[in-house]
Design a protein around this ligand. Structure first.
Ligand code: ZN
Length: 468
């Protein structure tokens, strides 16, 4: 009998005692000798994974199997050949077709015997089972829950529509609101501020209504912000299924919101109310976030860059900002010069390039969907969901940039100015308002404010900003 010896070690295994190539070879050659077999050839695969069949030496081995160059394939252990039942089945079938037996030196598999034939049948059945169940694994958990008598709740989460089989439909206009809620929150708005904004929208269009109540309130906003269903996680009692359905927001945005929530809980009374937190960026640090804090020692509020730690007294900042707003309100020419600069900058950044990127994302996602639909695909469904969700995330980001560009185009400079010029006596209004109202006023005017300050205590502050 002629035997082919197949040896494989992964990169990690190469350093393991007893699992090295020489160790395996020595053992296998001794085995051949004990059986009185002639070693036809050694196929040594180094640093390749057992996951796919696209291995150089394995391919060569299969070629030689088909040529009938030897009678038996010998491995040290079955998992040297493959870890997938389906792949194993394919391999064993090919061996069998060409009357080549298969044997493991350390295990009981031996396809040259009657027991070995049974093994082959078992592997085939297992492979069949695995193929049928691979795609069902995600839903399996859910159906199990149904079997246990836990029916889905009375209604799906806002933004989604789940049927009793857990098929998920996205309700587009609700999904858009969910996305806004997360973005506004990360921009520095509190639950109350977000609810107010939505209720204002609601007055003009009923489609902004929450599902159960007539109006939004801080509880409904908080519930949405805390619900990880929006990143594709399905929770049911103690069971958690990740990537069970398409996400509405990115994981990074969700994490950011949770982090802010944690920070605000620590200092519920103040952090959320600093008017400039969320709006103000440090111009010296590539527009890093600046956060307000109250200094008990001097009773003053400061904004600190979270990157360079430089602090600026809020009075200096607010004075500069109010002066700027007054200039914008009183001089249309000044306003136009500022806003047209903003228009130009926005247009030079993106459009065609982002459109192209968006197309690319869509094409790639279609590819994953095709693989998803293909019963023979070897990639687990969870992983495909994950990849698709990542592309959805990317799409949302790109779409956001496009939307923002659109929003600027929507309102003419004239309209913008008309809106702004209604704010008469701004300084007085502003100074009389509480912190929450101040924050709302500033956020309604600015997209962001970037602060520049040279080193030195009395150096003036310069501002750069984007108007809404
Ligand atoms: Zn800084």
């Amino acid at each position: 009998m002629k035997a082919a010896i197949y040896v494989r070690v992964s990169t990690q295994e190469q350093f393991k005692e007893g699992f090295s190539v020489p160790a395996q070879l020595e053992r296998l050659k001794a085995f051949c000798q004990s059986q009185g077999w002639e070693v036809y050839k050694e196929y040594v695969e180094e640093g390749e994974s057992a996951k796919d069949l696209n291995r150089t030496k394995l391919k060569q081995l299969l070629k030689d199997v088909k040529k009938g160059n030897f009678d038996i394939v010998l491995v040290y252990r079955l998992d040297r050949l493959t870890r997938s039942v389906m792949d194993l089945y394919e391999l064993l079938r090919t061996f069998d077709e060409h009357k080549v037996a298969f044997r493991s030196a350390t295990e009981v598999y031996d396809t040259s015997t009657a027991m070995g034939k049974l093994f082959l049948t078992l592997v085939a059945a297992l492979a069949q089972w695995e193929r049928e169940n691979l795609g069902e694994r995600v839903k399996f958990g859910m159906h199990q829950m149904i079997d246990e008598g836990k029916k889905p709740g009375g209604h799906s989460a806002y933004g989604y529509d789940f049927d009793n089989n857990f098929n998920c439909k996205i309700i587009e206009h609700e999904a858009a609101i969910v996305q806004h809620i997360f973005r506004w929150y990360c921009d520095g708005f509190g639950y109350r501020g977000i609810a107010n904004r939505l209720n204002i929208l609601l007055q003009s269009d009923k489609k902004y209504k929450p599902r159960l109540a007539d109006e939004w309130n801080h509880n409904s906003i908080r519930d949405i912000l805390m619900n990880d269903i929006y990143i594709g996680t399905y929770r049911w009692g103690e069971k958690v299924l990740e990537n069970s359905h398409p996400a509405l927001i990115s994981v990074s945005l969700f994490k950011k919101a949770q982090k802010i929530m944690g920070e605000r809980l620590k200092d519920r009374s103040r952090i959320g109310n600093f008017p400039l937190t969320g709006l103000l960026k440090c111009g010296n640090c590539n527009e890093y976030r600046m956060q307000g804090s109250f200094d008990k020692r001097d009773g003053k509020t400061y904004y600190r860059c979270l990157s360079c730690n430089k602090q600026t007294h809020d009075k200096n900042l607010l004075d500069a900002i109010i002066n700027e707003i007054n200039l914008l309100i009183t001089s249309k020419d000044y306003f136009i010069s500022k806003v047209s600069k903003q228009f130009e900058e926005k247009e030079t950044i993106n459009m065609p390039k982002i459109q192209k990127e968006l197309e690319k994302v869509k094409t790639q996602r279609q590819k994953w969907y095709d693989i998803f639909m293909d019963d023979d695909n070897p990639i687990p469904k969870e992983e495909l969901y994950d990849r698709i969700n990542k592309l959805n995330e990317k799409e949302a980001e790109l779409q956001e940039v496009l939307n923002e560009a659109d929003i600027v185009d929507d309102e003419s400079i004239e309209d913008k100015y008309a809106r702004l010029s209604k704010l008469t006596n701004f300084r007085r209004h502003f100074e009389q308002a509480d912190d929450f109202r101040k924050k709302e006023l500033l956020f309604s005017l600015f997209e962001k404010i970037v602060m520049y300050r040279e080193k030195g205590k009395f150096k003036p502050i310069t501002l750069d900003y984007y108007l809404k």
